[in-house]
Design a protein around this ligand. Structure first.
Ligand SMILES: [Zn+2]
Length: 216
């Protein structure tokens, strides 16, 4: 088995969601004087490639530890939206054109191209394409299992962000954010065998994961 890595690297001062604290990695011991190297990390649970559990947006919703591990592994379909304009709308019509009619229990991966633009630029921070309320409702109506995107949020930090997270997470659909799509992934047979196992952080609203696709 070969694994295709869909994660973004995380490092000190890495680009991240501007409403969260900056990413900090600190070396607290090193060779040769201590005989060991150790780092501490400080950042929000929703940093780098990570999942959102319903609790992220829904009071009383399920946390990471309320969801079985199998939740995060399953067949995935890519909506190839590369070429979408900055700030472009990912709405019901676009999803309908980009995905098959039967998406039941599938993990939908929105490939916008913004994963390749990851830097502290206005384009990456503020102008990513946004899942709209109609797009979020399309996902709910099609009974998908999860939805992923190659940006720190499915809807940037625009006015629709609160509503789209509420629609998706309120329906029990989980989210995986800050993916990166290597070119090879677009030529793999569909559906993809997708894994995004989050950390074992009881009660948390989300957590880091290592998203991968199995290649036969
Ligand atoms: Zn998140």
């Amino acid at each position: 088995m070969r694994l295709l890595d869909l994660s973004q690297p995380l490092f000190d001062q890495a680009p991240n969601c501007p409403s969260h604290p900056p990413v900090r990695f600190t070396r607290i011991a090193d060779h040769p004087e201590k005989g060991w190297r150790v780092e501490t990390i400080a950042f929000a649970t929703h940093t780098g490639s990570h999942v959102d559990a319903p609790l992220h947006r829904v009071a009383g919703g399920k946390s990471l530890s309320d969801l079985p591990l199998e939740t995060w592994v399953g067949p995935a379909l890519i909506a190839d939206l590369r070429g979408i304009a900055p700030g472009g709308s990912i709405d019901a019509a676009l999803l309908g054109r980009s995905l098959p009619a039967d998406c039941a229990d599938k993990i939908i991966l929105l490939a916008t191209g913004w994963g390749d633009k990851r830097a502290k630029t206005d384009e990456w921070l503020n102008q990513s394409p946004c899942l709209t309320a109609s797009g979020a409702k399309w996902l709910v109506e099609h009974k998908v299992r999860g939805v992923g995107i190659d940006h720190y949020s499915i809807s940037n930090l625009g006015p629709q962000n609160d509503e789209t997270h509420a629609i998706v997470l309120g329906a029990g659909i989980w989210i995986v954010e800050e993916l990166r799509f290597p070119p090879e992934v677009f030529s793999l047979p569909s559906p993809l065998k997708f894994w995004a196992l989050p950390m074992n952080w009881p009660g948390c609203s989300g957590g880091f994961c290592r998203p991968v696709v199995e290649v036969d």
